[in-house]
Design a protein around this ligand. Structure first.
Ligand SMILES: [Ca+2]
Ligand SMILES: [Ca+2]
Length: 427
């Protein structure tokens, strides 16, 4: 009767359970039973009437072969230096040749995975269980001693994700997919045979589309404040994402671009490096609420794109404005200034309009001249105070826009959210 118990190097135990060191947690007890049916007169362990009783007191007997191999997982079966069960049994010293041996990592298995996922959304929220790869031992269970690194790749691109196996279980909590498709994941770990997941159907979120090389990440809880982080390529946004993700924040990283095919409401806009948003003909409303006004960053973003009137720079731009730059520009207003009808305090509006249209009502007229004259020759970077060339002062260079475009309109459709005013384009 030979027993091998994982938990360390193979070790002869002088035939005594009593010589085991403390073995904590689930352990595997297995061995070769040469005479389990006792026809050969094998002695029962001390304190048990029969082997069947002895085995029956195990927490689980997974496999039992008479005259062969058996294994059983024991939870907390060992305390101090004795094997005990319900505090009653001390196996004693009659078990024969008892040895202890380590389990060995034998294979990999996907033990949890989603069937589907959204592009850019981290796999592992309530909608899609995180991918779990288990390093199994020679008995088909998680190798509780394993802490190796499991590598995850896929059948579409070069993305590689690595996670340590903790007690034989590697959980991937930052897995995302960059583009639609049916994915297979491949798990690798050293020289172990690789494992392939079941198919994962990945679809893009409604209203978002991008070409090859476009990558984005959506973080934050479902229904809570989320961030759309565009990390590479050009992402076209065709619906107001705030309908599904209220007060979401938009980050556009260096080298990435967002093209709006829809008006957009966000909680904040963060451009990194040459990150660019092309408004087209659409407005961007920043609902900054009680946070600091984005006026600290927005005029700089637009000035960067303005490029002395050519609109060829990066930042906040508009391809429509670029094509109509002799008349049109990107204006902006802070609701806290009370200039734009329908734009509440805590909201910030950025939109294409005609040059000189300080109050963003779509026409350059005497009302805009009044705003400019009120702030004339003052240091003020706000479009809604009459600064139309994105520098630091309201002066004659800004008056030129009103003069040039007097009574011009944008030609853009006028919004009518605020039905109390026939002269508003605020969202
Ligand atoms: Ca106006
Ligand atoms: Ca100016």
């Amino acid at each position: 009767l030979n027993f091998f118990i994982n938990g360390g190097a193979l070790q002869q135990d002088n035939g005594k359970f009593g010589a085991f060191p403390n073995l904590m947690g689930p352990q595997w007890l297995y061995g070769m039973m040469s005479d389990l049916d006792q026809t050969g007169g094998l002695p029962e362990p001390l304190g048990f009437a029969s082997f069947s009783q002895y085995l029956g007191m195990r927490t689980q007997v997974d496999t039992l072969f008479k005259e062969g191999f058996y294994q059983s997982q024991i939870s907390n079966g060992f305390s101090d230096s004795h094997f005990s069960y319900s505090g009653a049994a001390n196996i004693g010293t009659t078990m024969g040749d008892i040895m202890r041996g380590a389990s060995v990592a034998a294979s990999l298995a996907f033990t949890q995975q989603p069937a589907s996922a959204d592009v850019g959304v981290v796999v592992g929220d309530a909608d899609s269980p995180a991918v779990v790869v288990t390093v199994t031992d020679q008995f088909g269970s998680a190798d509780s001693l394993d802490s190796s690194m499991v590598t995850l790749t896929n059948n579409h691109n070069a993305d590689v994700l690595v996670s340590p196996a903790i007690s034989g279980v590697a959980t991937f909590t930052s897995l995302t997919f960059n583009s639609p498709g049916t994915y297979s994941l491949i798990a690798m770990d050293g020289s172990l045979p690789g494992a392939v997941s079941a198919g994962i159907s990945v679809t893009g979120l409604t209203g978002l589309s991008g070409g090859a090389g476009t990558a984005y990440l959506i973080t934050g809880p479902d229904g809570g404040p989320q961030i759309l982080d565009v990390t590479a390529g050009t992402l076209t946004v065709s619906i107001d994402l705030s309908i599904a993700a209220p007060n979401y924040g938009l980050t556009i990283e260096n080298g990435a671009q967002v093209v709006l095919n829809s008006d957009q409401h966000v909680a904040g806009l963060n451009l990194i490096g040459n990150g660019t948003i092309d408004l087209g003909t659409h407005f961007l409303n920043i609902n900054y609420g009680s946070n600091a006004s984005p006026n600290a960053t927005i005029p700089g973003y637009i000035a960067s794109a303005y490029a002395n009137g050519l609109w060829t720079g990066t930042g906040i731009t508009s391809s429509w404005v670029r094509a109509n730059r002799t008349v049109d520009a990107i204006g902006f207003a802070d609701g806290a200034d009370g200039v734009v009808r329908g734009l509440a305090s805590g909201q910030y509006l950025i939109r294409p309009t005609v040059g000189g249209d300080a109050n963003l009502d779509g026409v350059t007229d005497f009302n805009d001249f009044v705003l400019l004259s009120t702030h004339f020759l003052k240091a003020d970077n706000r479009w809604n105070h009459g600064n139309f060339n994105f520098d630091a002062f309201v002066d004659f260079n800004d008056f030129i826009f009103i003069s040039h475009n007097f009574l011009f309109t944008t030609g853009l459709p006028q919004d009518s959210v605020n039905s109390n005013s026939s002269n508003t384009i605020a969202p």
